[in-house]
Design a protein around this ligand. Sequence first.
Ligand code: SF4
Ligand code: SF4
Length: 357
Amino acid sequence: MADRNHETIESGAPDPMPYMHPVMAKNYGKWVFHSHPKPGVLYHRAESGDEVWTVKAGTQRQMDHYTVRKLADLADQFADGYVRFTTRSNIEYMVTDQGKVEPLIKALSDSGFPVGGTANSVSMIAHTQGWLHCDIPGTDASGVVKALMDELYEEFVKCEMPNRVKLSTSCCEINCGGQADIAIVVQHTKPPKINHDLVANVCERPSVVARCPVAAIRPALVNGKPSLEVDEKKCICCGACVPPCPPMQINDPEHSKIAIWVGGKNSNARSRPTFHKLVASGLPNNAPRWPEVGAVVKNILATYKADGRPWERMTDWIDRIGWPAFFEKTGLPFTKYHIDNWRGGRSTLNASAHIRF
Ligand code: SF4
Ligand code: SF4
């Protein structure tokens, strides 16, 4: 899109056609058949008879330029120089010569990129930016992904789950996290601590007051300086005040925990989209390998794998067996924290004109 001076406006989704493999561009909207020959490989045939094999591999997402060059060299060698990345940081190579499929799989595997993540496997984990790029994370995101996918490697390269499994991690509770069959989300358990010496210099106080979804922040004079105060009875520990006002720090090595939510799905296939629900909370934010989080995720996956019927997504499985059975079968404790009975919710979250983050 260009403005009146014909300069490119660098926002919005770019036109995908110039980046698309020529065979895919040529047959756009004219595909007649697709199949899944093996884990990590999809096959598509067009009306014209053209064929494309898509080979999917997992990456670590945060890549040095040597890794990017390696992946690009493989694209030049096997896929006419075209690749695409999925939202879950998988890389996909489109191959038009069947004879190149197995050599590409071997080259990827030899270079340390596992091939898989298609159909009823556990795909790579969609994750937010974490410590590398963002100013408010309560935990890392790519680190959790690396630690967890090391343990779920076999489920990525095989297709042994009842249906596809999408995982996500979010390093704060409010912004760019996603819906997933299993979502790993930071959970703050205490209101922010305010550094009153910095507020007047760093924060635009009206913006911070407006930002709170439950109107818990008020302007205040502290030691003769303009600052802010938090009504801790109202605060839901969401962390929305940290980005506009870093002196309202909510991240805490002890009190910022990790929660696991299950049963979210965006697709309309077979059943309607659903929101995920909390099943485990207060897990330690234990970098660099997060073993307690890994144990809960693996437990849920193993239970679903053993008990789910073919093509049941996690939400469908839970729907069939019911939540009491989910907690019984996984052995996860059901606590008072699973019941949303926050009394302020009726008059604020659901009825105020505040923008919710
Ligand atoms: S989830 Fe939150 S902390 Fe993580 S990258 Fe997004 S905005 Fe930043
Ligand atoms: S924005 Fe969130 S964390 Fe900050 S005071 Fe309001 S409810 Fe508490």
